[in-house]
Design a binder for this molecule. Structure first.
Ligand SMILES: Nc1nc2c(ncn2[C@@H]2O[C@H](COP(=O)(O)OP(=O)(O)OP(=O)(O)O)[C@@H](O)[C@H]2O)c(=O)[nH]1
Ligand SMILES: [Mg+2]
Length: 314
C-alpha cells in the first residue's frame, strides 16, 4: 500500500471549496468579498441591487483555498432581470461547499426576510455560517433581533463583523476555512479572480453610473465591453451603455455632453487603477428597448435565465 488515502508523510493536505455569500440586497456582501480578497473586485454602492451577476473572488491562505461567490441580493422578483439575479444567487447556493449568510445589522429582520432567506437556504445542504455585518453602524436593537432570529431559525453562532472597517473579519475567515472540504486547489494559488477582465471593466462603468445618477437610471442601464485593444497605448476600450428608453439616452449624455464626460472620466480612472495601465475609454450610449424584460436581450447581455414559466411576461 502506498498509503495515499491519508497522504504520504510530508505531502501537502489542502482544503478547497466554493463559499457562497448570500443575503438581503445592500447587506454588504460585495464589500465583504472585497475585504476578504483585498481588492476592489465586486462593485459596491450605497444603492440596493448593485450586484446583478455572480462575481468570483479567490483567496489562498496557507493550505486553504476559498472560492468566494458574491451574489445578487435575495430580492422580490418583479421582472425578468430580477429572475436572472435571484437565479444566480440560488445557483451559487447549489454549488456551494459552504454558505456565508450576510445580515445587515442596521435593520432588524422582517417577516419577508425570514421567508426569503429560509427559502433560499433550502437550495443548499452545505454548512451555513452567519456574519452580522455593519456592527460599526448597527442599531443595538437590530443586532439583538438578528441574534434571536439566527438562534431561532438556524441555531448557529453569529460572527459580528464590519466589512467596512475589517472588525471581526479575520475570525470569520478562520471559521470559513474550517468549513471547507479537504481537496486539491481549484485555481492557481496567486489568482484572485476568474471572471474576464472585460466583465470588471464594464462593471466599473456601471458602478460609476450608480454613483452619478439617481432614481431609475442606474436600474435601466447595462454596460458591455464592445472593443478592447490592449496592444495599443493607451489601451482602447469601447463600452456600450445600453438604456431601456430613448429618453434615458439624453439624461446620460447631459447638457452639451457634460454628464457623459464626467462619467467617462471617473470610470476611466477606476479602470486605469484596475488594469494598471493608461486607458482611452469610449462610451457609446445605445437604446435597447425594454431590455430588463426581454429574454433575448438579456441573453445577449450575458445573463443566464431560468427556463420560461407561465408567469413570465417578457
Ligand atoms: N457602515 C457600514 N457600511 C457598510 C458595511 N459593509 C457595507 N456597507 C455599506 O453598505 C452599502 C452596500 O454595500 P454592498 O457591498 O454594495 O452590499 P451588497 O450586499 O453587495 O448589495 P447588493 O449587491 O445590492 O445585494 C454600501 O454603501 C457599503 O459601503 C459595514 O460594515 N459598515
Ligand atoms: Mg453586491
Amino acid at each position: 500500500m502506498s498509503g495515499t488515502e491519508n497522504g504520504q508523510p510530508g505531502e501537502r493536505r489542502t482544503r478547497a471549496g466554493y463559499v457562497a455569500l448570500v443575503g438581503r440586497p445592500n447587506a454588504g456582501k460585495s464589500t465583504l468579498l472585497n475585504r476578504l480578497i483585498g481588492e476592489h473586485l465586486s462593485i459596491v454602492t450605497s444603492k440596493a441591487q448593485t450586484t446583478w451577476q455572480r462575481v468570483t473572488g479567490l483567496l489562498t491562505v496557507g493550505d486553504d483555498q476559498l472560492v468566494f461567490l458574491d451574489t445578487p441580493g435575495l430580492l422580490e422578483v418583479k421582472d425578468l432581470l430580477q429572475r436572472a439575479m435571484l437565479g444566480a444567487a440560488l445557483e451559487a447556493l447549489r454549488e456551494a461547499d459552504a454558505v456565508l449568510l450576510v445580515l445587515d445589522g442596521t435593520w432588524p429582520p422582517g417577516p419577508r426576510d425570514t421567508e426569503r432567506i429560509l427559502t433560499a437556504l433550502a437550495h443548499t445542504s452545505a454548512p451555513v455560517r452567519v456574519a452580522l455585518n455593519k456592527v460599526d453602524a448597527a442599531d443595538p436593537d437590530a443586532v439583538l433581533a438578528w441574534e434571536g432570529w439566527v438562534a431561532e431559525h438556524l441555531g448557529c453562532p453569529v460572527h459580528q463583523i464590519s466589512a467596512l472597517t475589517g472588525h471581526g473579519t479575520d475570525e470569520l475567515l478562520d471559521a470559513l476555512r474550517k468549513a471547507l472540504p479537504e481537496g486539491p486547489f481549484l485555481y492557481p494559488e496567486d489568482d484572485i479572480a476568474s471572471d474576464p477582465v472585460r466583465f470588471f471593466v464594464a462593471e466599473l462603468v456601471r458602478e460609476t453610473i450608480f454613483e452619478h445618477f439617481q432614481q431609475e437610471i442606474p436600474y435601466s442601464v447595462f454596460c458591455q465591453v464592445e472593443e478592447f485593444r490592449e496592444e495599443q497605448d493607451p489601451v482602447y476600450i469601447q463600452v456600450n451603455v445600453y438604456v431601456e428608453r430613448k429618453s434615458q439616452k439624453g439624461i446620460l449624455i447631459g447638457k452639451q455632453g457634460a454628464a457623459i464626460r464626467g462619467l467617462g472620466e471617473e470610470s476611466r480612472k477606476k479602470i486605469e487603477t484596475f488594469l494598471g495601465r493608461r486607458v482611452y475609454l469610449d462610451l457609446w450610449v445605445k437604446p435597447l428597448r425594454g431590455w430588463r424584460k426581454n429574454r433575448a436581450h438579456l441573453g445577449q447581455l450575458g445573463f443566464r435565465l431560468p427556463p420560461e414559466d407561465e408567469n413570465e411576461r417578457a
